[in-house]
Design a protein around this ligand. Structure first.
Ligand SMILES: [Cu+2]
Length: 237
């Protein structure tokens, strides 16, 4: 049995600040909502590997659309698309993705250029981590049952790309590599928070694995947090 909850949206800035100088404290927050017809998605079928199926006692929700109360959308990567003045150092602490219950947790995550991505294997099963970036170098790394973790990092900025497992075709995660810490993934309540932005006007991009990209513009000023909400629906709905 493997039970997971999506963590609240957390800006990577909290980590970056630990290693760098203090920045202005303007924030961009918002909520991501799904407005289309809610599809009846099939649960993930893990029967092909009974060891995976045995880790679950109830159907495993399809990860391609994760909705909370009020059709709040989780797993949307929100980032500041505009250039941000300054240079930003990757956090010393790693971003972590775990193979647990034959799923990747989290399903969507961001790392900074040069930040360690720690890939854990909590399952005690054979997985392989097949990363398919286009700018960075793709890799396909076997993780046998007794290999509990492996570290990697990405040297170049790159938008969201797929990580999959060739042993378990239902396993997928999406990773983005960013030059600054101004990104956050929407939580189970659809909310995200990007903090510490210098004052200015920025284009904000929201990315979803099936429903594409939305953009909007916000202006942040010290003491005046900006709000921007996003909504997604399938084409034609
Ligand atoms: Cu696997």
């Amino acid at each position: 049995m493997s039970q997971h909850r999506i963590a609240p949206a957390v800006s990577a800035l909290a980590l970056a600040l630990a290693a760098g100088p203090a920045l202005a404290a303007s924030a961009v927050t918002g909520t991501v909502t799904y407005t289309g017809k809610v599809p009846n998605l099939k649960a993930l079928a893990m029967d092909a590997d009974p060891a995976c199926a045995a880790k679950h006692t109830s159907p495993v929700a399809n990860e391609m659309l994760t909705l909370g109360p009020g059709n709040a959308m989780a797993n949307v990567m929100v980032r500041v698309k505009s250039a941000v003045a300054g240079s930003f150092t990757a956090p010393a602490s790693p971003a972590v993705i775990d193979q647990d219950g034959c799923q990747y947790h989290p399903h969507v995550l961001g790392v900074m250029v040069g930040q360690t991505l720690k890939v854990k294997n909590s399952d005690g099963l054979l997985h392989n981590v097949h990363a398919l970036p286009k700018v960075n170098t793709p890799f396909n790394m076997a993780m046998p049952a007794n290999r509990t973790e492996a570290d990697t990092k990405f040297g170049k900025e790159e938008g969201m790309f797929l990580i999959k497992c060739d042993v378990h075709p239902w396993m997928s995660a999406f990773v983005g590599v960013f030059a600054n810490p101004f990104f956050a993934v929407s939580g189970a309540d659809g909310k995200f928070s990007i903090t510490g932005l210098p004052d200015g006007t920025y284009e904000i991009e929201a990315w979803h694995e099936k429903l594409g990209v939305k953009t909007g513009t916000v202006t942040v000023a010290a003491g005046k947090p900006a709000t921007i909400d996003f909504s997604f629906a399938p084409p034609g709905s």
